[in-house]
Design a binder for this molecule. Structure first.
Ligand code: 5GP
Ligand code: ZN
Length: 113
């Protein structure tokens, strides 16, 4: 198993975990791009959002709901936050295990570069 995020799921690599269910795991991003920056991943390996099948719709929903919960737990649900999924090279995906970015705090600019 060479996938970095699968190793975090397996607790082979440490992470600052902020939320967990049977299906998903959320942890702080190691290089925060915003004052609050966490990642939510499915525990099961899926390369990217475009690799998820229609049968995995419930899992994709669980990812979004977990993103909301992470926003609550990290204290940005009221002030505002952004949920982002990068897919593929042009979007800058660098870890090929599906992940939802939860970005919050002052100074989020739009549109992203
Ligand atoms: P992407 O560019 O693929 O959408 O996002 C990958 C994210 O994973 C980046 O924001 C990067 O900082 C984060 N990341 C990469 N390696 C690690 C790691 O070992 N631990 C954690 N917590 N985050 C990581
Ligand atoms: Zn993986």
């Amino acid at each position: 198993m060479s996938c970095l995020f699968c190793k975090i799921v397996a607790r082979e690599i440490p992470a600052d975990i902020v939320f967990e269910t049977d299906e998903v795991l959320a942890f702080r991003d190691i290089r925060p791009a915003a004052p609050t920056h966490a990642l939510v991943i499915p525990k099961r390996h899926i390369q990217g959002v475009h690799d998820a099948t229609a049968a995995e719709g419930a899992l994709l929903g669980a990812l979004l709901l977990a993103g909301r919960e992470v926003a609550v737990r990290l204290g940005v649900a009221e002030s505002g936050y952004r949920l982002v999924i990068n897919h593929g090279a042009d979007a800058g995906q660098s870890v090929f295990h599906l992940h939802l970015h939860v970005l919050g705090g002052r100074g989020l600019s739009w549109p992203p570069g």
